[in-house]
Design a protein around this ligand. Structure first.
Ligand SMILES: Cc1ncc(COP(=O)(O)O)c(C=O)c1O
Length: 410
């Protein structure tokens, strides 16, 4: 079907400046581990006001690094939100952690801080929040709970590049922030992400573990030889040089991975980062126009920007009321898709109800707010930087027509 307002698979519209930057990077001696990556990291750290930012191949790999540097162990409990893309929890599952789902705030769809504390036990180690759709989680109460119980906090900022909480960049409030620069995100490097932290030790660990090194506490060896062989002067590789001079204390070390971003992605990221405010401003303009057009439609509520948040509208969420309209949400979505040509992608199916979590005993009824909101109310309309005014007006008119046709708003 050709949509009037398509949604899935739509990236930022790139310009000549992105094409030029990537073209120049293609002429470099190296396409990996070169100047673009270093510059992108420097600019990103500066932009976020963070001492450390490490470019990664995706947000998923940044999240895997987060779980690894926090040294989460099998059986450790981690509290997170059910209203996210499932990959938020994958590094936790991979490490054998026990995942506890807090419920959400039905307006922001973010984790509800009041539902976190009842889940804390002596096994809880960390809280993983997701700034849903580009609007900040209410971080102060989350950080207070974390401090009270000695927990770390990871911010999944996949939707939230450029968003703030009380003026502070998201990703810099908890212990670690993980960003996505996937093609669909507010700024893109094609595929890509970043691991951000204020903690020097986490930064040092992530730098090693994400770039094909391993990590462990080292002790200097008495004998600086391997058998009869002394260290040759021509070796450059620190890892090999250390083999002559050091041992891992207790033999214990963490195994690294290759989560690096390529030079081409970083070159694209440098240009996109320079446009981030403009790209976000365009999303905010569209969101405010939709808010204005939809407020006053009985049976549809708009989402509110919290006073503490600068919302960057990676997603535009609104709420349908089946009781007011007199028809279930699915009928309304069918109207928007089939009659109005608006491609609807609802994010996200509450992840505690995915088969892998049901197999662990999670069940319907565990997070009633997330469930009711998802099954009955939440809708996302398409949003991206190059939506036209005509498409935006079409969505407003289509929502009004849909509600009227389904019987509504009476
Ligand atoms: C909340 C959330 N976390 C993590 C990710 C993973 O991002 P990436 O595709 O960069 O691995 C996504 C992707 O959409 C996401 O929405």
């Amino acid at each position: 079907m050709t949509y009037v307002v398509p949604y899935s698979g739509i990236s930022n519209r790139l310009g000549d400046d992105e094409i030029k930057a990537v073209g120049e990077a293609l002429r470099q001696d190296t396409l990996a581990m070169g100047p673009q990556g270093k510059e992108f990291e420097r600019l990103l750290a500066e932009r976020l006001g963070s001492p450390h930012a490490q470019a990664t191949s995706s947000c998923t790999t940044a999240l895997f690094l987060a779980a690894q540097v926090l040294e989460l162990q099998p059986g450790d409990e981690v509290i997170t939100t059910p209203q996210t893309f499932w990959v938020t929890t994958w590094p936790l599952q991979a490490r054998g952690c026990v995942i506890k789902f807090a419920d959400i705030d039905p307006d922001t769809l973010n984790i509800d801080p009041t539902s976190i504390e009842p889940l804390v036990t002596e096994k809880t180690k960390s809280i993983w929040v997701v700034h849903f759709g580009g609007q900040a989680v209410d971080m102060d109460p989350v950080m207070e709970i974390a401090e009270r119980h000695g927990l770390t906090v990871v911010e999944d900022c996949a939707h939230a590049a450029g968003a703030t909480y009380k003026g502070r960049a998201l990703g810099t409030i908890g212990d670690i922030g993980c960003f996505s620069f996937h093609s669909l995100k507010n700024m893109t490097t094609g595929e890509g992400g970043a691991f951000v932290t204020r903690n020097d030790r986490y930064a040092e660990m992530a730098r090693a573990l994400g770039t094909i090194h391993n990590y462990g506490e080292m002790l200097e060896r008495d004998d600086q030889r391997i058998g009869p062989h002394a260290q040759p002067a021509y070796y450059k590789d620190a890892h090999v040089l250390r083999s002559y001079t050091h041992d891992y204390a207790g033999g214990r070390y963490l195994v690294g991975n290759n989560f690096r971003m390529s030079e081409l992605s970083a070159a694209l990221g440098i240009v996109q980062l320079g446009k981030l405010d403009r790209l976000n401003e365009r999303r905010r303009e569209i969101a405010h126009r939709l808010d204005d057009g939809l407020s006053g439609v009985r049976g549809v509520d708009v989402q509110h920007e919290k006073p503490y948040a600068h919302h960057v509208y990676h997603l535009y969420t609104c709420f349908y009321d089946p009781e007011v309209v007199g028809a279930p949400k699915d009928d309304f979505i069918r109207h928007l898709q089939e009659k109005e040509g608006i491609e609807i992608v609802i994010r996200y199916f509450p992840i505690h109800l995915l088969p892998e979590f049901r197999a662990l005993g999670h069940r319907y009824g565990e997070c009633p707010v997330a469930e009711k909101t998802y099954f009955e109310h939440q809708i996302q309309l398409p949003i991206y930087d190059h939506l036209t005014d005509a498409q935006v007006e079409h969505m407003i008119a289509a929502v009004r027509r849909g509600v009227a046709e389904l019987g509504g708003g009476r």
